[in-house]
Design a protein around this ligand. Structure first.
Ligand code: ZN
Length: 187
């Protein structure tokens, strides 16, 4: 089932999400729907609060990106925490399903160590680099109420202002179900 994605200007994306206490059938169904929604919208990562659900939960599939990076399987991350960031930072162009048709370069640490649980409540501690590190940092930011546009350099933020205003006003919309800053469902 495709779930509408919330605009970055909706309050649901400005709050910290709550930890997932246990895995049940509802959560598994939600994960399934999040993957379906992400693929439909041509995304490579989606956080639960982007579909209006207050849970510390992320789905990622970087093989869904246009350039095939490597054979990373789809990942479900429950209660993820980034434990280490490399000192080296790199610039990479990011986009976001909550910020339609907007892409901009962002500086972030190159490599991270992240701890999370999978759908069997098995704990994982992994080191990630490249695109995977980038997507994980972007999605964990969502769970902490942070949008990637807040991480733009000040000059890029200034340049982006008018386009972001248009997104806020609903003048730029995606071709997937989208809930605007005022809570209205746009088709
Ligand atoms: Zn995003």
């Amino acid at each position: 089932m495709i779930i509408p994605i919330y605009s970055c200007f909706h309050p649901v994306l400005k709050k910290h999400t709550s930890p997932v206490p246990e895995i049940d059938d509802d959560l598994k169904k939600l994960v399934e729907n999040m993957f379906e929604t992400m693929y439909k919208a041509d995304g490579i990562g989606l956080a639960a609060n982007q579909v209006g659900v207050d849970k510390s939960l992320i789905v990622i599939d970087i093989n869904a990106s246009k350039e095939k990076h490597r054979d990373e399987p789809p990942i479900t991350m429950i209660n993820p925490v980034i434990e280490k960031f490399s000192d080296e930072e790199i610039e990479y162009e990011e986009g976001c399903l909550s910020v339609p048709k907007f892409y901009e370069k962002v500086m972030r640490p190159e490599i991270i160590q992240i701890r999370y649980f999978d759908l069997d409540m098995k704990e994982h501690i992994v080191e990630a680099g490249n695109l995977l590190s980038r997507v994980m940092q972007h999605e964990v930011d969502h769970l902490n109420g942070i949008i990637f546009t807040e991480r733009l350099s000040s000059i890029n933020r200034t340049l982006a202002k008018s386009k972001l205003k248009k997104i806020q006003k609903g003048q730029i919309v995606p071709d997937y179900p989208f809930i605007n800053s005022d809570g209205k469902l746009l088709k």
